[in-house]
Design a protein. Structure first.
Length: 212
């Protein structure tokens, strides 16, 4: 009787051992990786490497950069202290609507800069992913609302080399234009003025850059 049960006991032991030794599934991090060849511009703790201009309020909360209007619906910007020329930039973000904000790049001044917009503009019709240039309005617009996750996280990939600008939103290319208004400058984020944007918030969890 004992000998007949021995194979069954051995099988159970072997199955238990194989379960223990089986490889564990990778647990995804709450903070997305920017990639080995990318440098993170946000440390997830504070605004080291950044400078605020204007009246908007910027803070780091729960590992995210959070931006909102200042008193009396004041606007403002948050800029990187370092400037960049040619690069590929990854930004993961979400917003509370209605919103008018965006990702500045090659920002030299209010007259020399580009912005990958985060908005819902009516005239002309332009959605998140449209490319704005100071002094020229939109260089190219995204009109496909299916590309925008209004309630969750979105990802911009902005690639600029020479005068060529490419913007990808959630894996789809929405901009491919040429413009030489600004050849270098800061990376940044904008909070627009206006009482209609009083409840607006922008949350940024990833800012990674690879210089070209």
């Amino acid at each position: 009787m004992e000998h007949r049960c021995l194979p069954l006991i051995l099988a159970v032991v072997l199955l238990s051992i194989s379960g223990i030794c089986a490889p564990l599934e990778a647990v995804p991090s709450d903070r997305p990786s920017v990639g080995k060849s990318f440098t993170s511009l946000f440390n997830g703790k504070d605004l080291t490497g950044w400078k605020a201009e204007g009246g908007a309020r910027w803070q780091v909360k729960d590992g995210l950069i959070v931006g909102r209007q200042g008193p009396n619906n004041e606007a403002g910007d948050l800029f990187s202290k370092k400037t960049f020329k040619d690069f590929e930039l990854k930004v993961t973000f979400k917003v509370i609507w209605p919103a008018n904000t965006g990702v500045w790049y090659r920002y030299q001044s209010a007259k020399q800069a580009f912005q990958a917009d985060i908005l819902e503009y009516q005239d002309p019709f332009a959605l998140t992913g449209s490319l704005y240039c100071t002094g020229k309005m939109f260089l190219e617009v995204n009109t496909d609302d299916a590309l925008v996750n209004r309630d969750g996280w979105n990802k911009f990939v902005i690639r600029v080399e020479g005068d060529r600008h490419q913007v990808f939103l959630n894996g789809r290319q929405v901009v491919d234009v040429r413009d030489s208004t600004s050849g270098h400058g800061c990376i940044g984020f904008q909070i627009h003025a206006g009482d209609q944007f009083e409840k607006m918030r922008i949350f940024i969890r990833q800012v990674g850059i690879r210089e070209l």
